[in-house]
Design a protein around this ligand. Structure first.
Ligand SMILES: [Zn+2]
Length: 91
């Protein structure tokens, strides 16, 4: 497990502007201060939490995805676990 630090300020700011009422999302993003691993496919996506093995069953609720727009139109995607924690921030 890596203990790389992460500063989520930029993505919390985007979420506050684009989903102003979603306090749970803001808090989940604000707690993304440590990268547990980087995606190994080469895209370098940072992961902040891993789904628990018992939530990986075939009928599991896989959480949700939230799209955010960066300045210049670049889109990022936040993957949330069913418990509300952020799994990863792509883009
Ligand atoms: Zn990847």
């Amino acid at each position: 497990m890596s203990d790389e630090r992460y500063d989520p300020t930029w993505v919390v700011d985007l979420a506050r502007r684009q989903y102003p009422d979603d306090r749970r999302l803001h808090d989940a993003l604000a707690s993304c201060t440590r990268v547990v691993r980087r995606c190994d496919c080469g895209c370098d996506t940072p992961y902040f939490a891993e789904p628990s093995p018992d939530s990986m069953g075939e009928d599991s609720d896989f959480g949700m995805r939230i799209a955010l727009q960066r300045e210049g139109g670049h889109k990022i995607v936040v993957d949330l676990l069913p418990d509300g924690r952020v799994a990863c921030i792509e883009g």
